[in-house]
Design a protein around this ligand. Sequence first.
Ligand code: HEM
Length: 464
Amino acid sequence: MESVRDFENYQLLAAGIGVAILGYNVITGNRPRWVHSLHEKYGPIVRITPKEVSVQDPDATDRIYAIKGEFLKASWYKQFIPNVQNVFSTTDVDYHRRHRRLLASEISESGLAPHRATVDSKIRLAIERMAEEMEERGATDVFRWFLYMATDIIGELSFGSSFRMLETKEENQYIRDLKAIGIAGGIRVTFPLLMQINNYIPIPVLSLGMRIRERLCEYASQSLQRHYDEVLEQGSDAKPTLLSKLYRASENDPDTLPFAELREDAMSYIAAGSDTTTNTMTYLVWTVCRRPDVKAKLVAELRALPPDFSDHEHLRHLPYLDHVITETLRLYSAAPSGLPRVVPQGGAVLAGRFVPGGYTVSAQAYSMHRNPRVYPAPLEFKPERWEKPTRAMKAAFVPFGGGSRICIGLHLAKMELRLATARFFTRFPNSEVSRLEGFTDDDMQEKMFFLTAPKGQRCLIDAK
Ligand code: HEM
């Protein structure tokens, strides 16, 4: 007969195997796909590790990500971004509320109005660079130019000076570092024990991650300091950013933030606002180019625009443009993974099951957006499905997260997506996927660490 000790050993073994399988899927950029396969097999609530649960259920999702959130961000975020906190990573409710309140108005729809011209000028330059590259190379890598575009935009709006990647046509060190640090983050959150071991026996990838983080911080400090000094010393904010109203003239002003906290928020804007927009735009262009029917309908709608169209007045009311963007956000969510939250003390019933307090729960966009009961033929790219969305479709649509931690940059993201899509397809109405240099659909397979990116890190498009 099995003893209690044997039973405990089996449980430990099962837990170890569970964590190892999860770890393998994290490291290979496959976590959301693997969690989704569990939902397909076992239904709307599945246990991923001994104390971690994923749900694929709109009511449970509403509850987990409610505005009056009783489900707080999990300590996962502290491991993902160690040693510091910012508006994205903090698990402290008061800290978050204060930062969000102070940051929100400048990045709201009306707060963004003064920045529209900056955003548009970077988009125009990106489109010019694509046209040049098509001439010279026979195709353009839209992934590269959208990355330069999104990063230059959020750099300028956060630091007051852009990374100038569109001008120099080169990636700078900050962006190379930002890319590298994502992998270390994934390893840290999956194997927290490794971080403790790393304190005694350095593990190269984790130590490198820490060094990169220091370099990013140094660069951010210098860039922000330049603008900070300009604004405070000259007393005028000639080139306002999303943060400059919060610069601190006096130590006691409750409506401002200290330099170090602003620097962390600026860094979180850049990390959260560059790859997300880049990948959404890349998948949008690639998908539309593969679907002549969608492209024709979109181009026809854009043809009605005046030559000097702007985002606000003209683009916000184009229905098909909106459907194409929404469908891209559904099928190619830039943040497809679960956004982990902690079940409050006392536990909660989610999707018909009791989940004990202290467990980690999440609803991943990847599965929410592929629920066939909500989105029939979920793997098909069908912008038309958004003509008359059902209540269930709207409830299950979570590309920007939800509740009090919903993406603070979503208005900026939408402005960029509308303008960039409109400028791209008015300039290149005949664009097609290129097969130059062996580019295939395999390059576009989604690698999903916390964020999605195409496996080949490129997307070649041509316009005859
Ligand atoms: C298509 C583009 C974008 C997508 C799909 C996206 C997605 C998301 C998601 C899913 C979250 C919730 C994260 C969580 O709960 O852990 C989030 C939060 C956040 N995003 Fe975005 N994002 C986009 C663009 C941007 C941009 C342009 C910015 C620039 C400011 C930005 C800044 C942030 C910040 C600071 C947070 C944390 C908000 C908080 O916790 O209060 N995002 N985003």
